[in-house]
Write a protein that binds this ligand. Structure first.
Ligand SMILES: [Fe+2]
Ligand SMILES: [Fe+2]
Length: 184
């Protein structure tokens, strides 16, 4: 199937998008997935379509739009490659798999880092909820790797804005970011 069918409403807007959506590995990942609690929309392609639509509605333009669109296209598209019998960490985390894929198409480190870390705020928040303690070291590591925290936050907010997702971790992370800035 073509990207235009897997991601309803999608049309490539630049050369990079045109190239990446021709990659069979990306297409396979976009086709994958069933409706789940955090993703009632179903396939990854449907999730991507939803985010692209929200991005259109947000009115973000130019370079930032291109940046957010590229992340949107690849960030969850390698969940099908996660090996379920191994821990979902390090190279086996879907976000790291997506980053590795994106490395073949861009050397924009800010972009690659955003892909790699897109679920990290949620992960830290969830661990905090579970254990009752904030993993300060992990949060510091995340913050220090963001050289454009504002852009990163935009993607995290976009990704977290979909139906069925808890808004609490996003609010928490925005506060953390503010504190981090004020302390700097
Ligand atoms: Fe993700
Ligand atoms: Fe996502």
């Amino acid at each position: 199937m073509r990207a235009e069918e897997l991601v309803p409403g999608f049309t490539p807007e630049n050369e990079l998008e045109r190239r990446v959506v021709q990659d069979p590995e990306l297409l396979e990942g976009l086709a994958w997935g069933k409706p789940r609690k955090a993703h009632p929309e179903g396939s990854i392609g449907a999730h991507v379509a939803d985010l692209l639509e929200r991005l259109d509605a947000s009115g973000v333009q130019g370079d930032e739009r291109a940046w957010l669109r590229f992340i949107t296209l690849v960030h969850d598209s390698f969940k099908n490659k996660v090996q379920e019998w191994r821990p979902r960490t390090g190279e086996n985390h879907h976000a790291m798999r997506a980053r590795r894929f994106a490395e073949r198409y861009t050397d924009d480190e800010t972009l690659l880092t955003a892909i790699e870390l897109h679920d990290r705020p949620y992960g830290i928040w969830r661990k905090m909820k579970r254990t009752g303690r904030l993993d300060r070291r992990r949060l510091d590591e995340l913050m220090s790797r963001l050289d454009e925290p504002e852009r990163f936050m935009k993607f995290v907010e976009l990704d977290g804005s979909t139906e069925g997702k808890n808004p609490e971790p996003i609010r928490w992370f925005r506060d953390q970011l503010r504190e981090w800035r004020e302390a700097a």
